[in-house]
Design a protein around this ligand. Sequence first.
Ligand code: GUN
Ligand code: ZN
Length: 429
Amino acid sequence: MQPTLHLGQTLEFDGNPFHAGLDAARHRRRGGVLVAEGRMLAVDEGETLRAAHPQAQVTDHGARLILPGFVDAHAHYSQTAIIASWGKRLIDWLNTYTFPEEMRFADPAHAARIAETYLDLNLANGITTAACYCTIHTESVDALMRASEARGLAMVAGKVMMDRNAPEGLRDTARSGHDDSAALIARWHGRGRLRYAITPRFAPTSTPEQLESAGALFAAHPDCAMQTHLSEQAEEIAWVRALFPQDTDYLAVYERFGLTGPGAVMGHAIHLSDREWAALRDGGTGIAHCPTSNTFIGSGLFDMDRAQGLGIPVGLATDVGGGSSFSMLRTMAAAYEVAQLRGRALHPAELVWLATAGSAEVLRLGHEIGRLAPGRMADLVILDLASTPVIAQRAARATGFWEALFPTIMLGDDRAIANVLIAGQPLRP
Ligand code: GUN
Ligand code: ZN
């Protein structure tokens, strides 16, 4: 098959800029990405690749920036229809808005409709992979997996396990939650680009028996992801203390049931003790940082520098629909704002890393997606750095690449996503 050479600005990472600094990032003003059979064959200077591959079909993106597709490390596709629901904190928000909507996923037609809408929104925003919570209904997983497969997407998703503190009609049991999850793993995990995530919602909505069965599943399927929520809000943490009095802290509950370690991704992780921070580091457990959600629901300010300093894998996440945006650019902007409130300005390189390789690595997909690098899948975003007049005028004054990129991070939306490629195939002509 004839390769395609994409020309434009490019940004590569040799490592994590939180650890290695800006030297880990390589920007090319006139770079090239050579793609064949869905994968990147080479990333280099555009003219070098053009000379070496004269037979390649050339697509010139001009001054646009070629990036890996954004990776959303934590989202609830089932909450697409209730995004931007007013006035509640976490537990009331779940009871008032979330659970009634998730109930509707008993209807496979509703699940199928929302799955398509959700993927449309993701792709409009350059998100090519997401780790999704579905609902307790197996049909909710089938709907998202089927729709993702049809679009050739690398998706991670799982059936929510929840057998207490949720309304009638939205609870499984320890047995059915285990068996349904096992059947879904058999059906979807490793089928093409799809991966399964074992998904106990969070400690308060599972009995110890259910957490134990989730841990058994993770032990039996160690290459699945495991996703849950950890220490998002003060009231939630007090609730966990009351429900699990024998455990030292919130994370200890998950540790007791084998729900930590490589491949386990904790959403939020805002209010942690010194012991919990150390245990996350020692266990190799990852974190999904959800900044728009944390400000929208009023949860708190994640300590990015502490997580990075400990070497904990951290990805960036929309947490739709507790999160207030489908845009990964807006989510990067919120991560910047949250860090500012803690006294640190995240560099644009750090923000891009989080939204791409950081999220890919926390999901253990870093060998497949998340970077411009030979061998990785060609899931790409073509970013317009002058997508609106206000962004264009600010970028025009920039004295260097990072200053030209930052206005798009802070002010950009789906208009900045000029095109998206999935396994080398452009969505738009
Ligand atoms: N904790 C438990 N479930 C949820 C959820 O659906 N969204 C958020 N933000 N936090 C949760
Ligand atoms: Zn969540």
